[in-house]
Write a protein that binds this ligand. Sequence first.
Ligand SMILES: [Zn+2]
Length: 398
Amino acid sequence: MNSWLKDHEKQLKKLFTFLNENNAFYKTIFETQKIDLSAPIEEIFYRLPIITKKEVRQHYEDYISNMPVPTFSELTSGSTGIPVKCVKTNSERTKLGLNVWQQRARWDSEVSLENYIYLYDVSTYKKIGNILNFEIENMKVCFKKLLALKPRWISGPISSFERYAKCIEMGEIEYTPGIIKYLELFGEYATQEQRAYVERIFEAKTINHYGTIESWCFAYECPSGHLHVQNNLFFAEQLPTQNKLGESVGEIVLTSLFNKAMPLIRYNLQDLGEISDVACECGQTSQVIRLAGGRTGDIIKGTDDVLGELFFKRGIYKVIQNFGDCILGYHVDQMAVNTFVISIEKGKGYNSQAELILKNHIVRGLGKDVEVIFKYVDILKPLQSGKMKIFTSHVKDK
Ligand SMILES: [Zn+2]
C-alpha cells in the first residue's frame, strides 16, 4: 500500500470528483474505464493512464477544465516540440508560489521579494535589460544594473551564471565576490563541475530548483543536498525506460494534488532520473529525486544510452582542460545518425586543436564512422526561457 496515496486519499478523491464534473477528458476516462470513484484510492489511481504532453496537445479542448475563474497561461518551452499552453488559476499560482518561498526560507531567513531576482522575469527585463544578450558591452551594462538592485538571491539557468562567471573571472565585468549569496538553478541540468565553478567565482551557494512550466516547482534541494519532492502538493513515480541507462533510472512522472484547471495526474515529464525514499538529515521525509541529466528525447540517435547534453559537455570539458576556458558557447546538431554539426562561439585562447579533441571524443564514444562538421558563430542565443540548449537531434525515430 502506497502511504502517500493513502495519506492524501481525501484530497485526491475530491480532485477526481471535481474532474468528473468539470473536465471532459477525465470524465471520459472514468466512464470508459468504468472507474468507481468510491473505490479505495489505489484501485482508482493505478488505473488512470500515464499522460504525456502529446496527449494534452491532442485533446487540448477537453483537457482544460471548465472553471468560472480567471486563469493564467504560459507556453511550455519549444525545445521539446510544439509548445503547449499551460493554464493555472490565480489560487493555484499563489499556492505554488508560497510553497517555493517556504523552501527558500529553509536556506536563508533573510530572503525576501525585495532581495530576490528571477533573471527571466518581464519585470527584471524592464529594470536591467536583456541579460540573455551575451554581447560583452550589453552584459556589462545589464550586470551593473543587476547589482544596483542589491540582489541576495538570483534565480536562473546555470548556463547564464557560467557565462557571467567567465566574464568576471577574466576581469571584463566587475563583481565583489560574496555580494550575491545564493544562485538558484532553474531550467537546466547542472553538473557538479558547473556548480563548483560558479560557486567559486560568485562566492555564492547554488541550489537546485526542479520545476516545469506545467507544474512550477516540483522538487527543491535541501541543505543536505537532496532534491525533495514537494510532497504536500505532489507525488512522483518512476517509469522504466526503453534505453539502457541502468535499471535504476527511469522517466519521472508527477501527480499534482491541486492543479485543477490543467490537471497533472500521472503526467510524464520525460526527464530521466531515479526516485528513492531517503531518511534525510534535514528532517524532510518526502521522496528524493536524482536527475540523470537529460530527457528521453536527448539520447543521441543510434545509441541506446548516450545522453547528448552530458556527452558533449564532457567533450568540451576536455578542451577546457587543455586550452583553458576558450569556448564561450556551443551547440551540437545531430543531422543524421553519424553526422554532427558543432557550432562554437570562440573565446580567448581558442585553439584549432580543439576540433581534434572533440572529434576524438565523439569517435571514441560513438564509433569510427562519424562525420563531425565545425561551424564558428558570433553569438549563440538561448531559448526564450533563458535555457541554453546544448544538443538537438534532427534524426526522426523510425
Ligand atoms: Zn533533505
